[in-house]
Design a protein around this ligand. Structure first.
Ligand code: SF4
Length: 674
């Protein structure tokens, strides 16, 4: 007989939904929303529903595999783990532990997924990745400005008079916020969407502001400049709670409104109108995770923060420069879980430049890569170099559910359990502040094993098995140590299925910031401690006509690589009912200029690579904008990261995936002319 269990979505997504999962004879047969979940209230997206297929697919990896003479052969767990641990011991002895690289990302969340770090720390500390392909530049920016990256509680937007959704495709990536936006609008709030692409959120907006990709910081500066010209700034907030305003004011004096209008391609009168809107408080800003993926990305987020500060929309109900909510993740006790004190050495590569760093590493050279929760061959920029780097390393171990592009290159592939096959806690530091419980509902198929089992078995072989000698309940208890004082326990979460974490709904309401000065810092002391002068800067994307006119002549179009609708990054493409293909979305002016028609086969290229796909014309996108969704596997024509740059953001911790100029042409014509 069917049983229905409360569970949780493990995907790297804003919404961290509660699930109702139907299990029949030990098999997950349906994934639905849990109507009792206080935030997600029974509604989930197709990516969440597809976890049923992700669990049951006949393409699941069932057995450990070893590549012999270029061909994968089945191998026992005993033998695979013995061989991997022997390789690790030899590498440690000959080159030291830093010759092992842990390449990871956040494909599947779960508090206990972080125990991989414990394993590597007990091993002696391996080469780790720092920064992020996604939100890193913005997180760092908000740390410089506020001292940390905190957002308002999900319902606080209902207190806003004006809501600015800036570069966030809410209907695709944050669907429960979309519903709250509709409610806010019904209550009388005005909604403004700023984006290079006219997305479905723009459809419900009172006004859509179309902007040149990568120029969001200039727009924020223009609005701030107009606020100062019109005397609309919040002087009380500026005088009492901020530092370094004079430097910012000088920066704004160095550029005219007309120049800003030309750079952003937003009419000057619209910038002036936005200044009045910001002054009509409370006005909230909800940023997406795309506009920081440029060389100028850190400053872009800092300039938007500065606009929130100038207008006094910080620490008040219905306000906020909402980007991420690290309060949520900070509720958990990761130090105890990861045992970082066990490292004997430390080396970090940025996630963006891991390939170049692997190829350049000398002391010691990288001898082994272990990949967890990630698919770098598809997701890391400049895929050709990533491939070269990963091929150059003698031992590649990949832990995954499927034979991804990265797994295809591995020497050992270890089959992992999905979230329904192990017990864990799930949360997201992007939106709401509830932690959800996910019980073990079924057994993994074949010989697939939970990641924790793999680390425990490897630890035994490496001689530190006692560091992993804990039950799941004990691990979960350890992770909740900081929350015990609030009465939050493993038993309680298991019983109630979700629990509200004790985080501030209105961050910075006491106007006490976590910066070195305790104030909001227009000139960042943390930035100065890290070697920057800490000043806000007006800078261009690396690949733009302003920064590199020659490149822009050769490659006149801005390429975005947004989050796909039906796949969580690269995770679902192989499960689609219809085989996926590359869709090239281009602004109408490009099609008109080049005589391209809807459905044409096109080639998109730059100096790093090329990709071919089918054209879809975006009638309302900002001129000269192209989008190809990220994540598509090489066997389906991807990945779009063949085109993207492995450069790092201005503050060093983010990718510049959207800082990418390309050209486009009709492919059939080209073929015929050869
Ligand atoms: S992917 Fe996001 S929106 Fe979809 S079910 Fe999971 S948490 Fe919810």
């Amino acid at each position: 007989m069917n049983e229905v269990y409360q569970s949780a979505c493990p995907l790297n997504c804003w919404d961290s939904c509660g699930f109702k999962v139907t299990v029949d004879k030990g098999k997950v047969i349906k994934v639905d929303g849990d109507p009792n979940h206080p935030i997600t209230k029974g509604k989930i997206c197709g990516r969440g529903r597809m976890l049923e297929a992700r669990t049951n697919s006949s393409e699941r990896l069932l057995y450990p595999l070893k590549k012999v003479n270029g061909v994968f052969e089945r191998i026992s767990w005993e033998k695979a783990l013995d061989e991997i641990s022997e390789h690790m011991k030899e590498i440690k002895e000959q080159f030291g532990p830093l010759a092992v690289l842990h390449s990871h990302d956040y494909a599947n969340n779960g508090v206990l997924k972080n125990l991989d770090q414990r394993f590597f720390n007990c091993f002696g500390g391996v080469t780790e990745l720092k920064g992020s392909l996604c939100w890193g530049a913005g997180i760092e920016a908000q740390k410089w400005d506020f001292g940390d990256a905190y957002s308002h509680g999900p319902e606080d937007v209902l207190n806003s008079k004006n809501i600015i959704v800036w570069g966030r495709n809410v209907s695709r990536t944050n669907m429960h916020f979309y519903q709250t936006l509709q409610k806010a609008k019904l209550q009388g709030a005005r909604l403004f969407v700023i984006d290079p692409i006219f997305n479905p959120t723009a459809k419900i907006a009172d006004q859509y502001i179309s902007i040149k990709a990568g120029m969001d910081g200039f727009l924020a500066a223009g609005i701030s400049k107009e606020m100062l010209r019109l005397g609309l700034e919040d002087r009380k907030f500026l005088n009492s709670f901020t530092e370094g305003f004079e430097g910012f004011s000088e920066l704004l004096n160095g550029i005219s409104l007309q120049e800003i209008s030309e750079i952003t391609e937003v009419p000057a009168e619209e910038i002036t109108k936005l200044a009045y809107i910001f002054a009509d408080k409370p006005t909230s800003i909800y940023m997406g995770l795309g506009m920081q993926r440029y060389k100028n990305g850190g400053n872009t987020i800092r300039l938007i923060d500065a606009l929130a500060a100038i207008s006094g929309n910080i620490g008040i109900k219905g306000g906020g420069a909402n980007y991420a909510n690290l309060q949520v993740g900070q509720s958990f006790q990761y130090n105890e879980l990861s045992l970082s004190n066990r490292k004997t050495g430390q080396r970090q590569f940025t996630i963006m430049k891991q390939a170049e760093e692997i190829l350049a590493a000398k002391s010691p050279p990288i001898q082994m890569i272990i990949v967890t929760c990630g698919n770098p061959l598809t997701q890391v920029p400049d895929s050709n170099i990533v491939k070269e780097a990963f091929l150059s390393v003698p031992n590649l171990v990949v832990i995954d559910h499927y034979m991804t592009d990265t797994a295809m290159m591995a020497d050992y592939v270890l089959p992992a359990a999905t979230s329904f096959e192990e017990e864990d806690l799930y949360y997201s530091s992007m939106y709401h502040h509830y932690v959800n419980y996910g019980p073990k509902l079924t057994d993994p198929p074949g010989e697939a094993k939970p990641d924790l089992w793999i680390w425990t078995e490897l630890a035994k072989r490496m001689g530190f098995g006692s560091d992993f000698d804990y039950t799941r309940d004990q691990w979960l208890q350890m992770s909740l140590a900081l929350l015990e004082a609030n009465g939050i326990t493993v038993e309680q979460i298991k019983q109630e299925h979700f629990t509200e974490l004790p985080v501030k709904e209105i961050p910075w309401s006491d106007k006490k910031f976590k910066t070195p000065s305790g104030k909001y810092e227009f000139t960042s002391k943390l930035g100065q401690l890290k070697g920057d002068n800490g000043f806000l800067k007006l800078s261009f994307p690396e690949e733009s006509k302003w920064a590199n006119p020659e490149l822009a002549k050769k490659y006149p179009y801005s390429l975005l690589t947004i989050h796909p609708q039906k796949s969580n990054h690269s995770q679902n493409y192989h499960l689609f009912a219809k085989e996926p293909a590359v869709k090239v979305e281009a602004a109408k002016n490009i099609a008109d200029r080049l005589g391209l028609q809807e459905g044409d086969e096109v080639r998109v290229w730059n100096d790093r690579g090329e990709i071919k796909g089918t054209l879809s014309i975006l009638k309302k996108a900002h001129p000269d904008t192209i989008n190809i969704d990220e994540g598509i596997w090489s066997k389906f024509g991807g990945s779009v990261n063949l085109l993207t740059s492995s450069g790092e953001s201005d503050n060093g911790l983010g990718s510049i995936l959207y800082d990418c100029l390309v050209n486009i042409e009709k492919w059939e014509t080209k073929t015929a002319s050869y």
